[in-house]
Design a binder for this molecule. Structure first.
Ligand SMILES: [Mg+2]
Ligand SMILES: [Zn+2]
Length: 183
């Protein structure tokens, strides 16, 4: 081997974005939202059909990425470590079902407690971070959330946003591709 055959990694500044993602709000979509913060693992109750629904997307090659506002951290209602513990628990449940969540993004801020930030939904920064990190094509992706701000967050990043009722059901990937609407 001579020096000319050494493969020097080159920075590719034009990486094609070809991955597709299912972005999900957390509270009221994955777990039951009682109308207040989910402050601990004890209060984290997974909704009945969400695990099966998520797996349909995973099996179709979508990266599953959680995008959640956790302003209760700024309010001092619970620590970030508890949010991490909840997400670790959820990931364990997913792995037991044969799929995984690619990443969890949360905004720990609250405008009345920690000032304005750029990551809190309806802002799109968290989705944009994920899009960059995982080379996601926003146009191939979708987000489900139970609030108007979830839809705004998605749209700001060029992702289709679909609002479902709080504690309702997301669509399976098959239902989505057939053009169903959440009821
Ligand atoms: Mg929600
Ligand atoms: Zn934030």
């Amino acid at each position: 081997m001579n020096s000319s055959s050494i493969n020097i990694p080159q920075q590719n500044t034009n990486i094609p974005r070809k991955n597709k993602a299912l972005f999900l709000d957390r509270d009221g979509v994955i777990n039951h939202d009682p109308g207040d913060y989910t402050k601990s693992l004890e209060e984290f109750h997974i909704l009945p059909t969400i695990m099966d629904k998520m797996k349909t997307w995973y099996d179709e090659g979508y990266k599953i990425i959680i995008i959640t506002n956790q302003g209760g951290i700024a309010k001092g209602l619970y620590p970030a470590t508890e949010v991490d513990a909840i997400h670790q628990y959820l990931q364990g449940r997913c792995i037991a079902e044969g799929f995984e969540i690619t990443d969890f993004y949360y905004c720990p801020h609250h405008p009345e407690y920690s000032g304005k930030c750029f990551c809190r939904k309806p802002g799109s920064l968290l989705i944009e971070k994920a899009v960059h990190k995982y080379a996601i094509d926003p146009e191939l992706s979708v987000m489900f959330g139970d609030r108007e701000r979830d839809v705004q967050c998605a749209q700001g990043a060029g992702v289709r946003g679909i609002q479902i009722p709080t504690n309702g059901e997301i669509l399976s990937v098959g239902e989505f591709l057939q053009g169903y609407s959440p009821s």
